[in-house]
Design a protein around this ligand. Sequence first.
Ligand code: ADP
Ligand code: 5GP
Length: 246
Amino acid sequence: MAPGLPSSPQTTLRRGIMFVISSPSGAGKSALSRLLLQDDPEIRLSVSVTTRPRRPSEVHGVHYHFIDVPTFHQMRERGDLLEWAEVHGNFYATPRQLVEQALGEGRDVLFDIDVQGTLQLYERMREDVVSVFILPPSIAELQSRLKRRAEDSDDVILRRLRTAETEIARWQDYDFVLVNDDLERCFHELKQVLVAERIKRQQLTDVPQDEARNLVKDAERLKRHRQPHLPALTEALLKDLRAVLS
Ligand code: ADP
Ligand code: 5GP
């Protein structure tokens, strides 16, 4: 557990939080999601369906449900999908049933989805959504992480960098923005956001009032509009990205 933060506070029943994490490919949202799921027994992952090929390290049903294109269209036409998007030339979508059940039971759900999906969730259930955008510290580091992950070919990496331009440009659509330079620190901040949002939605019985107020205040500084350096940082990232792609 991240130091100093309650992981599973005693609560009265509330509706679950839709905890959405988005980032350009390679910024670290899978690593952060993995840490959060290991650390926090109160949140479960919404396992998406995708038509993209499985990476060597991925397990069907754990990281994604890997499906073919006709199955994707069938699911969409049946109304089985909460949101869907075409990303990097493949279809990705959130199956509806598990999410609706978990939220109704007061369980938080983690979504690793792109900005198109996030906007669809806003349209349907804005009150339930807490969204976090992860930025890389620099484009050079983003490139080197994509290469180091070594699970995608060079042309797939190039395509992901091209998409990163439109993704980074949408950082203002998110409630919170974190810069993932140091993974441990960024994870701690992610936990701070989740804990604060839980506190805001429920009557905690095991966190003293003043401690709860401080936890909420600490997380507020990570809100997008509380970080005046972000416009300059994102502009610099976009400029460097355009230089790399030109
Ligand atoms: P995404 O899910 O956003 O595409 P990943 O979580 O797969 O990105 O991260 C891409 C690569 O960068 C992985 O090899 C991951 O372990 C590594 N990584 C993530 N965060 C950091 C960090 N803060 N410092 C160094 N490497 C990182
Ligand atoms: P990857 O291929 O690297 O696993 O994911 C590519 C992109 O698709 C990432 O931005 C990821 O967040 C997004 N993604 C994964 N699952 C979903 C989903 O169910 N819906 C949407 N809209 N995007 C998704």
